[in-house]
Structure formats: structure tokens, C-alpha cells
Design a binder for this molecule. Sequence first.
Ligand code: ADP
Ligand code: MG
Length: 326
Amino acid sequence: MLSEFDLIKEYFQRPRHAAAPPVALGIGDDCALLAPTPGMQTAISSDMLVEGRHFFAGADALKLGHKSLAVNLSDLAAMGARPVGFTLALALPAAERDWLQGFSQGLFALADAFNIELIGGDTTRGPLNICITVFGEVAPGRALRRGAALAGDDIWISGTLGDARLALADLRGELAQPLDAASQRSAAARLHTPVPRVELGMLLAGQGIAHAAIDISDGLIGDLGHILKLSHVGATLDVDALPAGDILATRDTALRRAYSAAGGDDYELCFTAPASAREAVLALAGSVATPVTRVGRIEAQAGLRLVDAGGAPLELQLAGFDHFTS
Ligand code: ADP
Ligand code: MG
């Protein structure tokens, strides 16, 4: 039987990486120690993944390892912060080697891709629950805040939207026309292994090009709504300009509009930037091979106005995903 301490040592402690700056002390003591770069601010965010709520019971452990870290890194991306390290609080029903092997592999593959280390955490027996806290760095005054959008700003979206929601609908058997095997694989990858837009966020913040940003986790309309509220502005959003995922793009207009505007689990960035920065935004996004699309405009008049390709008002009966109402 694997003890708590053996489990940590075997699956989560990686001495070869320990104490790479700015981590001064990693796993093994009562606290980890960070040595922040002088003059930088620390960005901190936690996200919890609960079985039955955020993923199905029996979900693939490797993909869960990836997604648990990815959704956290996405929050750092939205602030434009450089990831430094993370902690992992894990409740597990049982210490199963296969599960731990897969989970830690998925987790560390993504950690290595961003050159960050697991610096501590907590492990307990209980219903499967994964809580990660990420730490990042950003120069003072550079973080991309939700409240910083200005009337006249363009609204931009990275990547594509809606394929994760499409995969979920397919898994739940909600689609009148289910996905074929290849489409299912492609859409499921967007749902289970999202890639956080860390480089894009860091460049937008570092170069002072963007005003406000948020990562799209609960559906664009809901998440953009947070920017509008905190910035005390409104917006017009061209729903037909939204970049639909490859698979969603093959579906009918109503589904395409609904899932790209209010899907969820996209983990793309929505950011605002002055119209004078259009060329700069495109050049910067191109330099990290991340497509970006202009989808609307921030306006002084409060409220979110949805329009179609011809500029006519659209009524979509949609709302962002809210865990306590849906
Ligand atoms: P304490 O009892 O002082 O809180 P623990 O015995 O829980 O410490 O943990 C021992 C060490 O292992 C600590 O450095 C802690 O941060 C680390 N740790 C515990 N669980 C995890 C985990 N799931 N992932 C990474 N590190 C962990
Ligand atoms: Mg202790």
C-alpha cells in the first residue's frame, strides 16, 4: 500500500528540477520558498476541478493532469504574467499507481512545456478533487486587468471558440447529428487538453498593447460581461465574426452562434486594444503563431449588443455558464 509520503516522493517530487530560480525551495519542507525577481509583482490564482462537476467520473488521468494545470495557466495568461511555479492540493479516493502515473505525466508534460515546477501541495484521501494554485510574475502596472477596457477599443479573440462545448454536447448525447469519430477526436482535444495562451498574454502585457483581458472559461458572452462591468463600458459584438472551431464551423448557423458566443471551456483570451494598435496586435500574435480575430468594439453605452454579419441585432437566449444556476 502506497503511503502518502511515498506517493508524493514517487509521483510529484522531482529533485532534478528543484531550486531552479525563482524557486528557492521546492517540495519537502513545511513551506516552499520563492525568491521573486526584484521589482516584479507576483500573480496568484487557484482553480479547482471536482469530479462530476468539471469532469466525468473515470476521466482519463493523463488528460486530467494536463487540464488541471492548463486552466490555471490560462488565468496567468489572461493577466499577462510569466508562470513561475504551482502547488497541487489533491484529494484521492485511493492511491492507485496507474492513475497517479497518468495524472503526473500529463501534469509534468505541460509544466515542462512552460518550464515551471511543482513546488508543494497537500494530499489527502477523499472524493477526487484537484486544486492547483499557480504563481507568476508581471511587471508593476503591466498586468492586463478586467477593468481596463476603454470606449473605442477593439475586442479581440485568440484561436477559435466552441469546439469544446460541441464535444461536451456530443458526450452528453445532446446533438441531433452526433460527431463522426474524427470530429469527435478533434473536438474532444479542445475539451480535455486546452493549451493556455501564455505567450500571447505575456507579449500583450509586456509591450503595453492591450488594455483589458480575460480568459474564456465560462463562455465568451459571460466572460466579456465581466470586462464590461468592471470597466464601466458596453460593447457591440459581431457574433458571425466569432472564430468557430474547426468542427463547429461545419455545423448550422444557430449552433455555431450559440457555441462560439456562449460555449465554455474554450481557454482562449478575450482582450481589448485601441484601434490604433491593430497592426501591432496582428504582428505580435503572428510572432507566437497564435491567430487572433477582431470581433467587436467597446462602447461608452452600457450593455452588450449582439449583431449578425450584416449589423442587424441578434437575440440569442444565452448566458455564460454559472455553476449555481446550471
Ligand atoms: P505538512 O504536514 O507540513 O503540511 P505534508 O506532510 O502535507 O506537509 O507534505 C510534505 C511535503 O510534500 C510538503 O513540502 C508539501 O508541500 C508536499 N506535498 C504534499 N502533497 C503534495 C502534492 N500533492 N503535490 C506536491 N507536493 C506535495
Ligand atoms: Mg507542516
